[in-house]
Structure formats: C-alpha cells, structure tokens
Design a protein around this ligand. Structure first.
Ligand code: DAH
Length: 369
C-alpha cells in the first residue's frame, strides 16, 4: 500500500505539472485507461484474499477518486489558460485606424472643380455639360465666329479628319472643343430662360509650355434673363473670387477686351503681390488676369434661339488649371498631367475633404494636403 501512496503522489504531481490538455489526457489514459496503472490495480484485486480485497479495494477507490478530482481540477485550469491565450492572440485594437494612412489623393483640378461648383451652386447655378468632340456650329459659328473670322486664329484648333483618306475639309470637320463656350449654345437650345448655368470641362488647343498644355480645363458661366446688366456680372464675379480665394475683400478691376461672343467684353484682374517665391492674392498693387467675361452678343442669343429684344445675359470663362496654380502655388501646368504619384501626394487633397461654403472650401478640419 505504501507503494500505492507514493505512486499516487507521483501521479498527482504529474497531473499538476501537465501544462496542456493533451499532456493531461495522456496522463489520464496511462492511469485510468483500459490498461492504466489504477485499472490494472483494480483488476489485480480479484487475486487477493477477501479481507485484503475489501481493504485494498477501499483504499484504491479513495486514491482513484482523488486522482479523478485532480484530473478534473487541472483540466479546468488548463482549459481556462488555453481560452485566455486564445483571447489574447485574437484581440483587435479597435482604436487603430482601419488603414495605416489615407491612400488616395484628389487631383487639384478635381478639387478646384468641386470648389467652383460649390460656390456657384450656392448662387443658384446648375451644372451643364457638352461633348468634347464638337461641331463647328457650336464651337465657332453660333458664337459669332463664322468661317474665316479672324478670331478663329486666336485658338489653335485641333480639327478631326472627316474624309476616308485622312485629309479634311476644314469647314465641315468636327473639332475637339477649344473652349467650353459651345455649351452656352447647347444650353440655350435645350432650356428656356431664365438660365443660370456653369459648364466645367476639358478643352483642347495645340499649345505647350509651362502655362499651356494641349488639354486643359475651363468653366463657362451663362446667365440669361430679362433686365440682366453688367452690374449683375460684376457683382456675381466679385462674390465668386472672394469666396474662391477665401478672402473677405479682394481688389478687382475690369479691363475692356474683345471676345466675338460678348459685347461689351472685359477681362477681370485681381490685385496681388508678386514676390519671387510666393504670390499673395488680395494684397499689393500688381494685377493678375483671372477670367474673360462680357454681355452675351445679340448674335449669340439669336443663334441659340433667344430673342435679344427680350432677354439679355452675361457670360464668363475661367481656366480651372490656372485657378489651381494660383490658389495652391503650383508653378508648372505640365506637371498636372504627368501622372506622377509623388506630385499628387504633394499637391493632392484628402478624399473625404469635401468642399463646401459652410464647412470650408479648401481646409476642412485641417485635413487638406
Ligand atoms: N471662351 C473664351 C476662351 O476660351 C473664354 C471666355 C471669355 C468665355 C469671355 C466667355 C466669355 O464666356 O464671356 O478664351
């Protein structure tokens, strides 16, 4: 029986030392299994004389239940330990952001587009669209620029071949639009006045240097109603530049100019300070040309099917890329279209940083750039 006691102690120690469920199960089998130590002892009882059989049997039963108890306690301990380890391994730190960093960036042209739409949207303008491939009627003729009109030479037009042999008949071929002004005509054709639209879009001219690229962006504006005057034009554009440059006041001036589709025509300048490194908008006494504008020419209204005796209007055209260069200090236009991700990372905007007049045009929550 002494042997039994020391065997029991040893088994109990082994049980306590078992550090995973598998090791514990191996011990259980070696002790309680079909050929286990205790099982064998039980079996051997039969060979003993009756009295001894009873006494040893009792003791064996006590040992057995002690071991069973120890097994079950240790099992619980190990199960809890395993669960804790599992939980520790599977924890998710929900305080971490989903991604390490905002990955995508909004191109400055898209940003300016959003800003311009937000500003004019608040003034009640709708966004209108037109095709990039345009006929000469909408791009030129209806805008008071008939064939051979000298103003056509102001724009280095891309004509599309319209014959099978690749040559073209200049007068009838399509062009890729040289400006967004054709959308004025398309809008007059599809809408009755009052009209208040802006038309942002891509435009194309054969030109290439630091401030000109063959493809660039413009936004056209058109307002037509009864009794529209140059004062409306001035007020509207003044409000626009103030909102756009996010300044309470900004010096502006209108210089007489010439566009075939407006009469009178003007160019709007804003006051700025030109230093070598930085351009300060709204300060100093240098002037910077910002857009072309004027009162819609009666011939243009007629071409759009609107009676110039009853209606007047004003129009304007702004270069979106130029606005981006000015507002965000980007020196070379060509870099806009080189698709260099390093450039976009530097000059681009956070994707969730929407432009709105109330929430801030360019710096919502300090997230910009
Ligand atoms: N279409 C002109 C250009 O591309 C810009 C322009 C000037 C548009 C005056 C207008 C305007 O609507 O009134 O240079």
């Amino acid at each position: 029986m002494e042997d039994m006691e020391s065997l029991k102690e040893q088994i109990l120690n082994n049980i306590k030392a078992a550090n995973d469920i598998k090791a514990l199960e191996d011990i259980r089998i070696s002790v309680m299994g079909k050929k286990g130590l205790i099982t064998e002892q039980m079996k051997s009882l039969g060979t003993l004389p009756l009295e001894q059989k009873i006494e040893t049997g009792k003791k064996l039963n006590v040992i057995k239940s002690e071991i069973e108890q120890a097994l079950s306690t240790q099992k619980q301990v190990l199960e809890e330990k395993e669960l804790n380890e599992k939980l520790k391994k599977e924890t998710i730190d929900i305080t971490l952001p989903v991604r390490p960093e905002v990955q995508g960036r909004i191109h400055p042209v898209s940003k300016i587009y959003e800003e311009v739409v937000a500003i004019f949207g608040q003034m009640g303008f709708e966004v209108a669209e037109g095709p990039d491939i345009e006929d000469q009627f909408h791009n030129f003729n209806a805008l008071n620029m008939p064939a051979n009109h000298p103003a056509r030479q102001m724009q280095d037009t891309f004509y599309l071949p319209n014959t099978n042999d690749g040559s073209f008949d200049m007068d009838n071929s399509y062009v890729i639009r040289t400006h967004t002004s054709g959308i004025q005509i398309r809008t007059m054709e599809s809408k009755k006045p009052p009209i208040r639209i802006i038309a942002p879009g891509r435009t194309y001219r054969s030109d290439y240097d630091a401030t000109h690229t063959p493809m660039f962006h413009q936004v056209e504006g058109l307002v037509i109603d009864k009794n529209i005057t140059m004062a409306h034009l001035k007020g509207c554009l003044y409000d626009f530049v103030k909102a756009f440059f996010e300044l309470d006041e900004i010096p502006v001036r209108y210089r007489p100019s010439y566009f075939p589709f407006t009469e009178p025509s003007a160019e709007m300048d804003i006051g700025c300070l030109k230093t070598k490194t930085e351009l300060k908008i709204g300060a100093g006494n240098d002037w910077l040309e910002i857009l072309g504008c004027g009162m819609v020419h009666p011939n243009v209204l007629k071409a759009g099917g609107i009676d110039p005796e009853q209606y007047q209007g004003f129009a304007f055209g702004v270069g979106i890329d130029r606005l981006a260069m000015l507002k965000y200090g980007i020196p070379d236009l060509r870099t806009f279209f080189e698709s260099d991700v390093r450039w976009l990372k530097n000059y681009g905007f956070a994707p969730l940083d929407f432009s709105s007049l109330t929430g801030g045009l360019s710096n919502n929550g300090g997230q910009t750039r």
